[in-house]
Design a protein around this ligand. Structure first.
Ligand code: HH2
Length: 296
């Protein structure tokens, strides 16, 4: 899947942030679908904690994600699973930056996204060649993040989260979850824009599993169109999450691949174009069949 038909991103080499400003356009704006392969350089992520903690193993994993069909490799150094603890900023950078460097040395054509809410980590990753920022706090976690992203001219994922990882799954409650998440994302897109982020660089994400019951997650996935209608590319991050296990009975996160694929295909059908997944091949093949049916 040289997936979205826009080949321009493959030609853009690593450059200092200032020169990267919108030169490539936003490779996430196409009709999609686009897969973000997940690379957690952590010891405690909910489904793969410790698997890729070693930088060599992580960089190799990034290549596998790319070879399986991910357009973007999303590198994170801190777990945001329910109940997780924060890692010191320096430690987060120490985990992420060498992996970004090593991976891009081997595969300079790759698109790397950095999963962080901290401006210093994001800045260091961008300087190492990353070209997308994935901020699960939607620019609320660090007052310097909006300016950094605006200056870099790079795409930024703005995700909804109710509360914070440590406590977010303690009885989350909404009046109307779809309306509240949609309104929050619209407001964060306005905030980003006011801070100088180009509208074409904004990506929205309902934040599946972030301060949500299984019912909230299902409502958001069913009514994803309400978020798609805001006019920005929408990313779905449901991969291997617990609500899938609550339906299928798969206790082990790695056993939730088939359920994840359902969220990807139905998400695509409802207008989402970006999917953050651990199991790239399974999701890519399902999307290829979905696309073939769509265009038959
Ligand atoms: N989910 C996780 C982490 N980052 N980013 C976005 N934009 N959307 C998501 O849904 C999302 C995200 C959590 O999943 P994972 O990275 O697999 O686990 P952990 O946070 O335990 O490392």
């Amino acid at each position: 899947m040289a997936a979205n038909g826009t080949a321009s991103w493959t030609n853009v080499n690593r450059e200092p942030a200032a020169r990267r400003r919108t030169r490539a356009g936003n490779p996430l704006q196409g009709p999609g679908p686009v897969l973000f392969g997940i690379l957690n350089v952590t010891s405690d992520s909910f489904s793969d904690g410790g698997d890729f903690f070693d930088p060599e193993a992580a960089a190799r994993r990034a290549e596998v994600l790319l070879d399986e069909g991910a357009l973007v490799v999303d590198v994170g150094g801190e777990s945001t699973r329910p109940g997780s603890d924060r890692v010191p900023e320096e430690e987060e950078r120490r985990r992420v930056v060498p992996v970004v460097q090593k991976f891009l040395e081997a595969r300079p054509e790759a698109l790397v996204s950095v999963d962080t809410y901290r401006a210093r980590t994001a800045g260091a990753a961008l300087d190492a060649g990353a070209r997308i920022v994935n901020d699960v706090t939607a620019l609320r976690g660090d007052p310097r993040m909006a300016a950094l992203v605006a200056d870099a001219g790079c795409p930024v994922v703005l995700m909804h989260m109710l509360g914070e990882p440590k406590t977010m799954q303690r009885e989350p409650s909404y009046g109307d979850v779809v309306r509240e998440v949609r309104d929050f994302l619209a407001q964060r897109a306005d905030h980003a824009n006011a801070a100088g982020v180009d509208a074409e660089n904004v990506v929205l994400d309902p934040g599946i599993g972030f301060g949500k019951t299984p019912g909230h997650n299902l409502a958001l996935l069913r009514h994803l169109g309400a978020i798609v209608d805001l006019g920005f590319p929408v990313l779905v991050g449901a991969s291997r999450k617990k609500f899938i296990g609550s339906i299928t009975g798969a206790e082990e996160a790695k056993e939730r691949v088939f359920g994840t694929v359902a969220t990807t295909v139905l998400g695509y059908e409802r207008g989402a174009t970006l999917f953050r997944v651990h199991d790239v091949r399974a999701n890519r093949e399902a999307l290829a069949v979905a696309e073939a049916i769509r265009s038959a």
